[in-house]
Write a protein of this length. Structure first.
Length: 166
């Protein structure tokens, strides 16, 4: 997602459920963004080609393409990942829909502290559809990802409590 109340060309893809990549610069200059093209008090306003760092954008595109290639070689999202909330213990029981594709080698449970933006730990749980992890679901954020026979790892799926079906 983009910043609050902002969007780019990628937003419409996300809204339709497709993965999308957002190209951006690390330090925004609002004089050149969301402005009508004009010169005011000697300052040039507007999004103009002379303000684009084409070498930087080219490097970002190369990194994004390398990531996309790696993801295309990896298994997809793990489906129907849930966390059992009936176990009131310091263990967490995770379940998911096992993919029987011959290209899947197994699964990993990943986690991170609630304050971390990246996965900090991973354990291989095998080619199964459930794992009991000796960590409290209150203290970390979990994910489950598939591992391909080629060693590539798919994106992690966050678990949710199972739907209460009445």
């Amino acid at each position: 997602m983009d910043r609050f109340l902002r969007g780019g060309d990628h937003s419409s893809f996300l809204q339709e459920g497709f993965p999308a990549v957002r190209f951006t610069e690390p330090n925004e200059n609002f004089v050149h963004q969301h402005q009508d093209i004009r010169v005011q008090n000697g300052t040039q306003y507007g999004d103009l080609p002379e303000f684009v760092d084409y070498q930087y954008v080219g490097r970002v595109a190369k990194v994004n393409m390398a990531v996309l290639w790696s993801l295309s070689q990896a298994p997809g999202w793990v489906q129907n990942v849930t966390v059992d909330i009936t176990l009131l213990s310091n263990d967490s029981l995770l379940k998911w829909a096992k993919n029987d594709s011959p290209s899947i080698d197994g699964y990993e449970v990943v986690w991170r502290p609630t304050t971390s933006p990246v996965w900090t730990h991973a354990i291989n749980v095998g080619n199964v559809n459930t794992a009991l992890v000796p960590l409290s679901k209150d203290n970390v954020i979990f994910g489950v990802r598939a591992v391909g026979k080629n060693g590539y790892r798919g994106p992690a799926t966050f678990p949710f409590p199972p739907e209460n079906k009445k």
